[in-house]
Write a protein that binds this ligand. Sequence first.
Ligand code: GUN
Ligand code: FE
Length: 430
Amino acid sequence: MERQNFVLKGNLCYSLDEKNLSVVEQGYLVCEDGVSAGVYETLPEEYRQYPVVDYGDKLIVPGLVDLHVHAPQYAFRGLGMDMELLDWLNTHTFPEEAKYRDLEYAASAYGIFAEQMKHSATTRACIFATVHREATELLMDLMEETGLKTMVGKVNMDRNTPDYLVEDDAPQSAGDTIRWLDESAGRYERTKPILTPRFIPSVTDDLMGGLNVIRKRYHLPVQSHLSENQGEIAWVKELCPWSSCYGDAYDKQGMFGRDGDGYECKTIMAHCVYSGEEERKLLKERGVYVAHCPQSNTNLASGIAPARRYLEEGIHIGLGSDVAGGFTESIFRAMADAVQVSKLYWRLVDESAKPLTMEEAFYMGTKGGGSFFGKVGSFEKGYELDAVILDDAKLRHPQPLEIKERLERFIYLSDERHIVGKYVAGSKIF
Ligand code: GUN
Ligand code: FE
């Protein structure tokens, strides 16, 4: 993919922090070697030799970041949305994921997923595959071709899983994981592996210990699920009587962020709907990222995650689509959902937890989640240049609107037809 020095011109909107959105009308965003060299109202002399791509009156925002999505669940979006988590997993999710043993099915279903992700506003994603090593490698091949920068995980499950999907035992699951890592090493520029124990109920202590050894040897990030549903939390208490909370069950097994051993262990935990004081303290101390997935939490009647609290307590937080708990891969939709559920939380649960603002939701879907990938999710100087071009002309309004109002409407009203261009680390995707 071609990467060069150039300038994007248009109406630029990006987060400085969770409270402050920077808007530069008819601004210039300079890209040098895949990285932002800054945003300018007038183009400085030193950049005048770079070609300018003029997007006219369109909006230009940082690429969106999906911290939690299940690629093999894309095909059954919208089905079983009347169930809670554990029934939904057994009835819909596990039977569907078992199909990925068949590489022909995997190629066609993952092909649809990859194509859809390519044309979405998402430029970075952390993706669950299934337990199947070969299908996971195929998914990585397909994601690499999209030009997006992603982390993909072969899932580990060696207990409490139906026979048709469960791995044989801890050594086999760990061994397959090592083979997957060795086979994918050096094969991709944009696609990285991430360790993916599904959640505590489906991984034995033996296997979790083995994954911790692999994590250190290969210096890998980790993704999993945490405190999503009350039945699930009660189950974890039974399975790990030695843990003081769900997060501690990961932590005691070395799979919960910074480990004090000098091994960086960047970790994402999806949901965190019911993380109490002890768990939040652990999330913060270990630098663990919360993937807030409001649509999934609504569809599976899991509850409402206290996103406001996570922001205030300085816990890393980004957004996740959690397809197929969420029925759409749109992170714009996740922003709108995050604001909506925060209002219900405020009204029904805790009157002191003010609803999220549009700026906060936009921050979570860009810079908040983006920092998991490094300097990603903003247009400030030094950030990798991920950008999407938004055409809101068809979202008609009888009067001229401010740029920020146009972005706000776009978050709620747009779909992928309105995404008309995309750049990832300075490479043009379309
Ligand atoms: N917990 C364990 N597996 C899953 C999954 O596939 N989706 C969601 N939402 N939660 C989970
Ligand atoms: Fe999930």
